[in-house]
Design a protein around this ligand. Structure first.
Ligand SMILES: Cc1ncc(COP(=O)(O)O)c(C=O)c1O
Length: 425
């Protein structure tokens, strides 16, 4: 039995499902999850010492690749001065100023420890600011595991949401209206019906939790216009897209200013850190200035802030996102060419350093289309690539990530491997 298998069996005795976050368990693709022991650049090594080219990057944070020397150095230096104070530090000011300078819509920002906390806090803030309760989210968008956001669509287009997890009260879910991503007419209809009750619309500006779905032209501007017209708060959840699709995040790429933005993943450089920020007038409703309570013992943790600052310094290098985008496109375009050559029904797309792979004819534009891909074909491809040392996300419904440490060598090896696998079909 491999060390991976032994570890998984043992882990299941002490940890529910053997994992500390469900998608790690390989339920979607089957088989034994890989236990990692080391990462460097674009590569990871498992418990059996096998190496892989990594296209997960810890689900997005590792835009510089694993264990980037400057990030590790910054972490050591900060840790030597103390792990946490529970009091303000100069580095928090530095990262707050930087986020306000880089992200067009952010005038004030608060640091938290996870994307879940950022989205949950942004929702509470939007409710406190507007004095309204209802929120709109889109099916297939994930905003962390807060009760109000763990909600799936009801059976009709405009029904109230149902809990998508046991333990979420139906009353909580019923304040969430769940609509189809990219369907502006549906959003318009919801606003016509409950406009004066809607506190916020929360959206992933590029959806990355139902594979990758790009916004249709007009979708994000339409959301902006409707929220402005009805006095609702537009929240861009950029936990995944923030500093992943460009230096000004997705809002810079698409030229839309949300009222609030959530950030996570890349801004913590691999450490637990996230943030939410936006218009000063709204942010001023937060305690201790305003009446909306939000707090955290480890918020703005000095070691996490140091990793974030080191990462955000490096992504500002001229041409960083051009190179990352070109590398990610080389991967997706190469995969499409290889699949076509062997008659495999497949397409792919990239936005900045994130990508989607779809075993279907055309790029999906909604949750239903994303769900209609050929899961068996994906699972077969995933396992064959894994076997050959290429680690894609263990689910057909997750976006993939390329880092600045990926280069021609990794892309060429990935494409050659994929071509062999497509040829077997
Ligand atoms: C868009 C989005 N929002 C929120 C979250 C939740 O972040 P975390 O896992 O740090 O709680 C995620 C996690 O993948 C995400 O992709």
């Amino acid at each position: 039995m491999s060390r991976n298998q032994q570890l998984f069996e043992q882990s299941q005795k002490f940890i529910p499902g053997g994992v500390n976050s469900p998608v790690r368990a390989f339920k979607s693709v089957g088989g034994t999850p890989v236990f990692f022991r080391k990462g460097e650049g674009a590569y990871v090594w498992d418990a059996d010492d096998k190496s892989y080219i990594d296209y997960v990057g810890s689900w997005g944070p590792l835009i510089l690749g694993h264990a980037h020397p400057e990030v590790i150095e910054a972490v050591y230096a900060a840790a030597k001065n103390g792990l946490t104070f529970g009091a303000p530090t100069e580095a928090e000011l530095e990262i707050a100023e930087l986020l306000c300078r880089l992200v067009p819509s952010i005038e004030q920002v608060r640091l938290v420890s996870s994307g879940t906390e950022a989205a949950m806090s942004a929702i509470r803030l939007a409710r406190g600011y507007t004095g309204r309760n209802r929120i709109i989210k889109f099916e297939g968008c994930y905003h962390g595991h807060d009760d109000a956001l763990l909600v799936k669509a009801g059976s009709g287009a405009l029904t109230f949401g149902h809990p998508s997890s046991a333990g979420v009260p139906a009353e909580t879910a019923s304040s969430t209206v769940v609509l189809d991503y990219n369907d502006l007419a549906g959003v318009e209809q919801a606003f016509n019906q409950f406009g004066a009750e809607i506190a916020a619309v929360i959206v992933e500006p590029v959806a990355g939790n139902m594979n990758l779905i790009a916004p249709r032209p007009g979708f994000l501007p339409g959301l902006r216009e409707l929220c402005t017209r009805h006095g609702s708060v537009l929240i861009f959840d950029e936990v995944m897209t923030g500093f992943r699709v460009g230096l000004e995040c997705a809002q810079g790429l698409y030229g839309i200013k949300p009222d609030l933005t959530t950030l996570g993943k890349v801004i913590g450089g691999g450490m637990p850190m996230a943030a939410f920020g936006g218009r000063r007038e709204i942010m001023q409703c937060l305690a201790p200035v305003g009446a909306v309570y939000q707090a955290g013992t480890l918020s703005g943790n000095p070691v996490a802030v140091a990793a974030g600052l080191a990462t955000l310094k490096l992504v500002q290098a001229p041409g960083f996102y051009d190179r990352l985008t070109a590398c990610t496109r080389a991967l997706t375009e190469g995969l499409v060419t290889a699949a076509r050559k062997h008659g495999v029904v497949f397409c792919a797309q990239a936005v900045g350093g994130m990508f989607g792979l779809y075993f279907r004819e055309t790029l999906p534009e909604s949750y239903a289309e994303a769900m209609s891909c050929n899961r068996d074909a994906f699972n077969g491809f995933f396992h064959a690539m894994l076997e050959k040392g290429v680690y894609f996300a263990p689910s057909a419904f997750e976006a993939g990530f390329v880092s600045a440490a990926h280069g021609d060598a990794e892309i060429s090896k990935t494409l050659a491997t994929a071509e062999q696998i497509f040829a077997r079909k």
